[in-house]
Design a protein. Structure first.
Length: 69
């Protein structure tokens, strides 16, 4: 069974990739400036902040684990 030290880097990678995907969707929808952008720009920004926060929390847990090991 995988330990938490093994799973956390993968979870952090997933959170970082999700953040990148939301940012790219936001940039593309901003460039097109269509109806999707007008309806969802605020939600995309909030989702990006959530994914960044998750990635930072996982990073903090990883650093705490490295310092205390």
């Amino acid at each position: 069974m995988m330990g938490m030290q093994t799973v956390l880097p993968y979870l952090m990678g997933i959170a970082m990739f999700a953040t990148l995907a939301v940012v790219m969707i936001g940039i593309i929808s901003f460039a097109v400036h269509g109806n999707f952008y007008r309806r969802h720009s605020n939600n995309l920004m909030r989702l990006r902040v959530v994914f960044q926060g998750i990635a930072l929390v996982i990073f903090g847990v990883l650093m705490f684990g490295f310092v205390n090991s």
